[in-house]
Design a protein around this ligand. Structure first.
Ligand code: M6R
Length: 608
């Protein structure tokens, strides 16, 4: 989604702003712009298209100045166009605003402002903010911003500069992330820490309905009602190298190859094989509280929802507790039965997904306790959850989630172990799970060695327009995930289905042109899936199988086989998903698609 970066300090700000925008490119955007205070006024440069287009624009007539804000826009109100790009100015060009989120009452505010004589240029909801600030201007930028925001309904992360109060950047947030970067004689504001990681690792996370006033000399935080708020400075542990490609052509490929290390990070220090126990520091739940949980409800979207399904299967199998998995977006708009005896587990890589955050808040409002499984440290879900587990996957930049998925599944296995232990389940079963979990990173390394073979398979299927993914048991969510990966980055239509459901409809699609990806590993569903494979073969479908090393029965039935090592059923997804990630990646690159920034998609979906 949209990205914000702001700077105030002694340096020329344009290169800092452009570099910050580049580091947020992965979030997805359709236009970009900057506003810089140049000593004479506010200079705005903006255009539709990529940051390279903005760079060409500023290179032609570079704005000089040491205070500025910049933005990448992902269109919501008004088509992607130069005029709708941010920053937006007021009537006289004194107040420049960049904004992430949606101002829900923008139409009524616009009418009121028009009646007072304000002239609007764009179709955006954001522009009302610049005119409101103009309307409330009384010599202090933060006072005018606070007065404007008190009238706003909806969500926002904003940054504002003005030549009338020239060394300040004022920021505020509600529902959209905004982080302050604390430098030495300079300060930053951004919607994403990666935008300022090259300059500082000292950050301050703003809370909802809070503002920050930055000058080169310092910063202060306050509520919209101008009551001071104390916020601690936190240290970012990420390294700059983690948000760079490190020799890989795309972030997605780099992140696929990082998975062995990520799984190690997700389980490190959390498992005790001798006793079959798992330790999780941040749950904020006593063993008695965990024993009294009657039901678990898991809420997530997209790939995180697929990880939740695997978590459901594990928790029911190992802990004998009922689990329900819901799309966060559906949960919040029905009237769910949920209360104090339910434990809600919210899964989100970014920790900022609007639907997931709103669903969590709704569950908490109804008395349930919420645990967050997040990757992004300090994200809104991580902070608002009652307890949580970080997956420690490091920054995930590719829009298609890969390493976060496997890290989420690994962490769900650790949580399953913890709950099973607390609820007195058989320790030997736990010990086996721990033993197998520790062996997963080396097994993923082995699968990654098949990359060249997967490129060849991708070449055979690159022109396909449809693809079916079939799996059963723990491999059913993997089939869904494989299909999602293919469609989101290669724009090939793909469906994931439980293998046994095929005969209830999708089998009608099978002919000699239809590729079918079978997840047919040696697990409890193996024999049944093998039969389904024979049914597809009988109808001349083209079979790509993910199978356990050395399985001759699969080799006989499939056109292509990608081998994976054996593991126990609940951990199969950690292995079987890897060839599917690689297959999607190679199909997409062969088709010339932009895998890291697929069309229409955003990394962090902060609007409903
Ligand atoms: O940050 P989250 O895990 O909450 O994101 C949820 C989905 O938006 C995300 O998984 C999306 O489906 C990805 N593009 C999948 O690759």
């Amino acid at each position: 989604m949209c990205g914000i970066i702001g700077y105030t300090g002694p340096q020329r700000c344009l290169p800092i702003l452009i570099d910050g925008l580049r580091r947020m490119e992965y979030r997805g955007y359709d236009s970009a712009g900057v506003a810089i205070i140049n000593g004479k006024g506010v200079v705005v440069k903006k255009d539709v298209g990529k940051i390279a287009a903005l760079e060409a624009l500023v290179d032609a007539d570079p704005p000089h100045g040491t205070i500025g804000i910049a933005h990448t826009r992902w269109a919501t109100h008004g088509e992607p166009s130069q005029i709708n790009s941010h920053p937006h100015l007021d009537c006289r060009g004194h107040f420049a605003v960049v904004h992430n989120g949606i101002i829900e009452n923008n139409e009524s505010l616009r009418e009121t402002l028009k009646a007072k004589g304000h002239k609007f240029r764009s179709e955006t909801d954001t522009e009302v903010l610049s005119h409101l600030i103009e309307e409330y201007w009384d010599g202090s930028l933060e006072k005018a911003v606070a007065a404007a925001l008190r009238l706003v309904e909806g969500t926002y992360g904003i940054a504002v500069v003005s030549d009338l109060d020239p060394d300040k950047v004022v920021g505020a947030r509600k529902g959209s992330p905004l982080v302050v970067g604390v430098g030495n004689g300079e300060n930053f504001i951004a919607s994403d820490v990666s935008a300022m990681l090259a300059h500082t690792k000292q950050v301050v996370y703003l809370g909802d309905e809070e503002m920050v006033i930055l000058t080169p000399r310092g910063y202060r935080t306050q509520t919209l009602n101008e009551i001071p708020v104390d916020r601690e400075i936190e240290e970012i542990t990420w390294e700059l190298s983690q948000i760079e490609k490190g020799g890989f052509p795309h972030f997605m490929l780099k992140e696929i190859f990082e998975q062995p290390k990520c799984i190690q990070n997700a389980i490190r220090g959390r498992l005790m094989e001798q006793t079959g126990e798992a330790h999780l520091g941040g749950l904020n739940l006593t063993d008695d509280e965990l024993r009294s949980v009657e039901r678990i409800v898991m809420l997530a979207c997209g790939t995180s929802w697929h990880a939740a399904m695997i978590g459901e299967y594990m928790l029911e199998e190992y802990c004998r507790i009922p689990v329900e998995v819901e799309y966060a977006s559906e949960f919040r708009y029905r009237n769910p039965v949920i209360g104090p005896n339910d434990l809600v587990i919210v899964i989100s890589q970014s920790g900022e997904t609007a639907d997931t955050l709103a669903a969590m808040r709704e569950a908490q409002r109804r008395g349930a306790r919420a645990l967050g499984i997040c990757n992004t440290v300090g994200s809104t879900i991580a902070r608002e959850a009652d307890g949580g587990i970080y997956i420690h996957a490091g920054p995930e930049i590719g829009v298609a989630s890969t390493k976060a998925f496997t890290s989420q599944v690994a962490v769900l296995a650790v949580f399953t172990l913890h709950l099973a232990h607390v609820r007195g389940m058989n320790p030997e079963v736990n010990q086996e799970l721990i033993h197998e979990l520790k062996a997963i990173p080396a097994k993923i390394e082995r699968i990654l060695k098949s990359d060249a073979q997967i490129v060849e398979i991708a070449k055979m299927f690159q022109k396909t327009t449809n693809c079916l993914y079939l799996g059963r048991g723990y491999n059913f969510p993997v089939a869904l995930e494989g299909a999602l990966k293919l469609k989101e980055i290669s724009y090939v239509h793909a469906e994931g289905y439980p293998a046994a459901e095929m005969k209830h409809g999708p089998i009608a699609l099978i002919d000699e042109k239809m590729p079918v990806v079978f997840l047919c590993t040696r697990d409890s569903a193996y024999d049944k899936v093998l039969n389904n494979m024979s049914e597809v073969r009988a109808r001349r479908g083209r079979i790509i199988a993910i199978a356990t090393e050395g399985d001759e029965s699969v080799r006989e039935r499939a056109d292509q086989v990608i081998w994976i090592p054996h593991t126990i059923d609940p951990l199969v997804p950690l292995l079987s998903v890897v060839p599917l990630q690689l297959l999607s990646y190679h199909v997409a690159t062969l088709r010339g698609c932009n895998v890291d920034q697929p069309r229409n998609l955003a990394k962090s979906v902060t609007v409903e």
